[in-house]
Design a protein. Sequence first.
Length: 104
Amino acid sequence: GEHGGRRPLSLLAPVGAADDLKRISGIGRQNEARLNALGIWHFSQVAAWTEEHVSWVSSYLAFPGRIDREEWVSQARILATGGETDFSKRVENGEVPTSSSGPA
């Protein structure tokens, strides 16, 4: 297609409850909605992205370099195993307005 790299594996629907992707620093409500539309629902999916996947998603979201810079994949690996990051703790405490589940 027009995007370089390779599209990551997508799911038609989340397996059980979808993860709150907004707990990844760099993913706000809009990006979460766009990732959900791609069939990305879980930290484990983002955690499994290869460089080719990152390249494709970066192109799709029109964010060259941003996923690497913001370290979405390494954050997702921590969150997928039930860990917390400094950022995800702040989201949990309601300190990150762009990551709240309220209206956009």
